[in-house]
Design a protein around this ligand. Structure first.
Ligand code: NA7
Length: 472
């Protein structure tokens, strides 16, 4: 009920979610409902991939060119291209040699994939792998999972949404939204401010147990310093390791599934029966650190030690996060510099909303905004409202361009990095830092100062006549 739009109360009231965590078809149905209800479809051109976006200083407008050569000009260009939308295909030789089917979790066929009677390989054990592996294991005859780094996962305990809970949320939706907006991650829930080290071991374990049994991401809210104090963090690491050891029967497999990194430094995963899936006879886990993939060949996956013959390969290797979709396009601003060049040492942006030298270009949940560290829907709505207000302000004042000041962008980006360096969030190699993509600059991209603080900063900027922006 929180992963939904809040701009229209009637929409909130009329939509009924069926589960605690909705599956993809229901979220798609919701998106379609919103598009139809607000008559948005007439304004959307589907199947037009933008290849180039160029700012013309003479006319103060953007020219967009699609992959088929269609051209569109506009005063403003709002990049709502997503933080996790550019699939990451690992650099493995032999994709074309494989005789079976290859599916990327980010490009899943809409009519599903039938794994029954199939031998299957999954490469990657992030959220997408962790959520799909139990389903694939239940259908396939054999499933081999190729893991580079294990991830922490908390049970979802997904279930039909409690109707009484739904009624009570709907009766108080505004309060829930307000309360969520005061949380660091824009998700309502109980987050303790206490230190994990201020209680006894028994009390701490009871709290972890309670949250594990409740399920979901508020698990990390058990104590206020879990992402600040390495010693506190270790207590939660130990708890999850113990859980894995108690669920997975084979001790060696259990050990392979225990992550070594700080818990919470990568985005936590939420699963249904993930660890228990390794107790199935048809499931095998391969550690890529001891036997890296050499190539794909006609029959399957060849590692440095073995050949794994399979019918289907699932690539669950995630995304070129936050900058990937933007860098796919050739975006050129006032000086003609490609955005990819400006960002070659990592992105920089003013508030994750706009960049110097790229007038009238906005990014929704761009790098430097809380974005992926929050519930994305409130963060997206917040940006859409800010951008809408800004364009209205420009129309009222007859401004033709808006551009982030260089100094404001630099100061904000420095702040983003300072904040990133204060906690443990940046302690792992992750897609937050670009570490999952070979050759990508290693920079912590989202803003970790929290949703409330970020919103306050944006309010101040607006109040001070869009401080840090130049209009003409
Ligand atoms: P993630 O979370 O980036 O996970 C990708 C997984 O793929 C992760 O286990 C990676 O290991 C692994 N990976 C990436 N490249 C390779 C190569 N070359 N070889 C082997 N394994 C590789 O992506 P998801 O799609 O699961 O989830 C992304 C977000 O979407 C997630 O946070 C949710 O919020 C929704 P690594 O850890 O890099 O060693």
């Amino acid at each position: 009920m929180q992963y939904s739009y809040q701009f229209d109360d009637e929409l909130q009231q009329e939509w009924n979610w069926s589960e605690r965590y909705s599956a993809q078809p229901e979220i798609l149905k919701y998106a379609q409902h919103v598009a139809e209800r607000f008559d948005l479809l007439n304004g959307i051109n589907f199947e037009h991939t933008v290849k180039r976006a160029e700012f013309d200083p003479e006319s103060s407008s953007w020219t967009l060119t699609s992959e088929h050569g269609e051209i569109l000009t506009a005063r403003f260009c709002i990049m709502a291209t997503g933080c996790l939308s550019q699939p990451n295909w690992p650099a493995i030789d032999g994709y074309d040699d494989f005789h079976g089917n290859i599916h990327h979790t980010a490009l899943w066929p809409h009519d599903g994939v039938d794994f029954s009677g199939k031998k299957v390989a999954v490469i990657g054990t992030g959220s997408s792998g962790i959520q799909s592996i139990p389903h694939i294991a239940a259908e396939a005859t054999e499933l081999t999972i190729f893991q580079r780094t294990p991830n922490y996962s908390v049970p979802a305990h997904n279930a039909p949404l409690d109707p009484d809970r739904a009624v009570s949320v709907k009766a108080n939706y505004a309060q829930l939204r307000e309360s969520a907006s005061q949380k660091h991650n824009a998700i309502d829930g109980h987050y303790s401010t206490e230190s994990a080290l201020s209680v006894t071991d028994a009390e701490r374990n009871a709290e972890y147990e309670k949250r594990w049994n409740h399920g979901g991401l508020t698990f990390l809210g058990a104590y206020g310093d879990l992402l600040r104090n390495p010693e506190s963090n270790k207590t939660l690491v130990q708890f999850v390791h113990n859980k894995i050891a108690s669920i997975v029967h084979d001790k060696e497999v259990a050990r392979m599934l225990m992550p070594a990194n700080v818990i919470g430094s990568k985005r936590m995963c939420v699963d249904t029966d993930y660890y228990a899936t390794y107790n199935r006879d048809n499931v095998k886990l391969i550690d890529l650190n001891t036997q890296p993939v050499l190539r794909l060949n006609a029959n399957g996956v060849q590692t440095s030690r073995s050949q794994f013959d399979v019918d289907t390969i699932v690539i669950a290797t995630g995304f070129d996060a936050m900058t990937g979709a933007l860098n796919q396009m050739d975006i050129r601003g006032r000086s003609g510099t490609p955005l990819g060049t400006k960002w070659s040492d990592g992105p920089s942006s003013y508030l994750g909303l706009a960049m110097h030298d790229y007038p009238n270009l906005f990014t929704v949940t761009g790098p430097g905004s809380p974005s992926v560290l929050t519930n994305m829907l409130p963060s997206i709505e917040h940006h859409v409202e800010l951008i809408t207000d800004c364009i209205s302000h420009m129309q009222q004042n007859n401004f033709s361009t808006i551009e982030a000041e260089d100094s404001a962008e630099q100061a904000w980006w420095q702040h983003v990095q300072e904040v990133a360096n204060t906690g443990l969030k940046q302690a792992a190699k992750s897609w937050y830092t670009g570490a999952n993509i070979a050759g990508k600059a290693n920079v912590f991209m989202p803003y970790n100062g929290g949703f409330p603080k970020y919103c306050e900063k944006c309010r101040e900027v607006e109040k001070n006549d869009y401080e840090g922006f130049l209009f003409s």
